[in-house]
Design a protein around this ligand. Structure first.
Ligand SMILES: Nc1ncnc2c1ncn2[C@@H]1O[C@H](COP(=O)(O)OP(=O)(O)OP(=O)(O)O)[C@@H](O)[C@H]1O
Ligand SMILES: [Mg+2]
Length: 555
């Protein structure tokens, strides 16, 4: 603030110095007076320079800190957000809000703190000094400039619309970039590079058309504004010269008046520009804060599990469920089943019947369920989500792998695990075997989303991570689908060994992988059609027999 004041004052004081220089120095040539005036101006320039440095440094620093804080808040809020919200929000949109939009907010902060306040101080100061020099000329200026600039108000709205369009075009360029490189293998495998290039070029062209329309209007805007200011100055010179001729004004007063008028003109132009541009960053503020302030829809409960006597680990009672993004389709339809502690349960069913949905509900990713879902004989909606997830480990259909090493990916679920524990699960899941071929073993970097690993290797890591979590309930959603039958059997036996006494729920398409389970649940159309051992089901369940027959043909 202080540096802002110094910048503004030193610029304004220069006008006084010019007057001194002209009136006392040039008019009646006196060397001492010229030197004094120049020295004064030099001092003012040094003050101006120093203050400019501090202004720029402090204000940009404030903006960077504010942006950092907003990013932290947004990440904090997003990472804890309900899964439902991520079905509405596109990842590209989130990223663009957290980068492009936040940059705009930073610009708003810098512009407001620095240019707006500075320009306002300078404008008020310059106008006051103009009146001091010559009230008549000041009045002429104050009336002509706004009159000339008035028609420009119309432009500002147009510029705003064009800016918004350019921003949208920019956002779609970013999302195309992201999608292209995530799917680079699919693009190249289908020889679609040229088509993609053409699509991208089209988007760039669209952006350029919008950007250049905006620039054209803005340039015109400034050309007219500057001309208006110059026009007004010429009027002042004309009226002022007449006054000088008639002895009503000194040449020094005239020069400093023009100096103040230019400053007033430029600072008001600056304020004008800020207002015309303020709508885009304000929209960005809204978008970012909408992301931060959104409340979770699930009410959070603080209750922990109570020690129960029942032997039921998982229970679904008459459960109906629709995904919030598609409420008209009922995915689970009156689903009921119970699972005892220590059992290994298989879940089978055709694709899309709701098998994975059962696991999503157990993890409380969605809470709009009808009916009752119990874990450890307690209603999961009444149990704190964090506590519930503390006892469940989940291996999803797509192994969620992060960039980093094999080891950091395993330890992800339990960062406090010892080297020994990590090594143990790595051996059990067969990771050690393949990692030993790499020079760096478990410390091998695996690239973004694990691109340097095979599908099966990624699945082994996802399973190792779940085992390291030491869960009471293990959920496996096609967790071994990329492994060959032999490896799968080996891994299954190892998991059963380690998880003895704990509950395992395993969704599988391959019958061989659930043949050995204690019980198999057959799901169709979101409901339980039958349950029993492989043998029993083969005899009694038509749906199960159908699944087995179709699968055996391929195995
Ligand atoms: N997030 C979602 N939003 C809306 N509908 C969904 C969502 N996830 C799944 N569905 C729908 O719910 C139904 C059940 O999906 P689910 O993933 O449970 O099937 P699945 O039995 O696991 O199938 P698969 O064997 O192919 O994995 C499908 O019709 C699917 O289109
Ligand atoms: Mg599934």
């Amino acid at each position: 603030m202080l540096s802002l004041l110094f910048v503004a004052t030193s610029l304004l004081m220069m006008g006084r110095a010019f007057k001194q220089l002209v009136d006392c120095g040039l008019n009646v040539p006196r060397l001492q007076s010229i030197n004094n005036s120049i020295l004064f101006i030099v001092i003012l320039i040094i003050i101006f320079g120093t203050a400019s440095f501090f202004r720029s440094y402090f204000i940009n620093n404030i903006a960077e800190k504010a942006v950092g804080k907003i990013k932290q808040d947004a990440y904090y809020s997003l990472i804890k957000r309900n899964i439902v919200d991520f079905e509405e929000l596109k990842i590209g949109d989130i990223i663009s809000r957290l980068t492009t939009d936040i940059e705009l907010i930073a610009k708003l902060i810098v512009n407001f703190l620095s240019f707006f306040i500075r320009n306002l101080i300078m404008f008020i100061g310059a106008v006051a000094l103009m009146f001091l020099q010559s009230p008549k000329l000041a009045l002429i200026t104050l009336v002509t400039i706004p009159l000339l600039l008035l028609p420009l108000m119309k432009f500002s709205k147009y510029v705003r619309t064009l800016s918004r369009h350019a921003l949208q075009a920019q956002a779609s360029i970013s999302s195309t970039l992201e999608e292209s490189f995530v799917n680079i293998r699919t693009i190249q495998a289908f020889n679609q590079q040229e088509n993609k290039i053409a699509d991208f070029n089209k988007q760039i062209t669209l952006y350029l058309v919008q950007a250049s329309a905006r620039l054209k209007i803005r340039s015109l805007f400034f050309a007219i504004a500057i001309s208006a200011i110059l026009f007004s100055i010429i009027t002042v010179i004309w009226v002022g010269s007449t006054d000088i001729a008639s002895g009503n004004l000194s040449p020094g007063q005239m020069i400093s008046f023009i100096y103040f008028a230019v400053i007033a003109g430029f600072s008001s132009g600056g304020i004008f520009e800020l207002f015309s541009e303020i709508h885009t960053p304000l929209a960005a503020v809204e978008r970012v804060f909408a992301l931060i302030d959104k409340k979770n829809e699930c009410r959070e409960n603080e209750d922990d599990f109570r020690e129960g006597k029942s032997s039921i680990a998982i229970e679904f009672q008459d459960v109906y469920f629709s995904y919030p993004s598609r409420l008209d389709v009922s995915v689970l339809n009156n689903l009921s089943f119970t699972i005892q502690y220590g059992k290994f349960i298989g879940i089978v069913g055709r694709s899309g019947v709701g098998k994975s949905t059962i696991m999503q509900i157990l993890l409380k990713f969605y809470c709009n369920i009808k009916g009752i879902v119990k874990v450890k004989d307690q209603d999961i909606l009444k149990i704190n989500t964090g506590r519930l997830r503390n006892i469940i480990a989940y291996v999803s259909q797509e192994a969620g792998i992060f960039s980093g090493s094999i080891k950091t990916n395993i330890a992800f679920s339990n960062p406090n695990a010892s080297e020994k524990q990590i090594a143990e699960v790595a051996v059990i899941t067969g990771i050690t075997e393949f990692a030993s071929q790499f020079k760096e073993g478990l410390n091998t970097e695996i690239g973004e989303r694990g691109v340097r690993l095979s599908g099966g290797q990624k699945q082994r890591i996802a399973i190792a991570r779940a085992l390291l979590y030491q869960p009471t309930i293990l959920l496996l959603d096609e967790a071994m689908s990329a492994l060959d039958s032999e490896s799968e059997q080996k891994l299954l036996n190892a998991i059963k060994q380690l998880m003895r006494g704990k509950t395992i729920l395993s969704i599988a398409h391959r019958i061989s992988s659930i043949e050995q389970t204690d019980e198999i649940l057959v799901i169709d159309n979101g409901a339980l059609v039958s349950k029993g051992s492989h043998k029993e089901l083969l005899e009694s369940c038509e749906v199960y027999r159908g699944i087995c027959v179709s699968r055996l043909e391929y195995e």
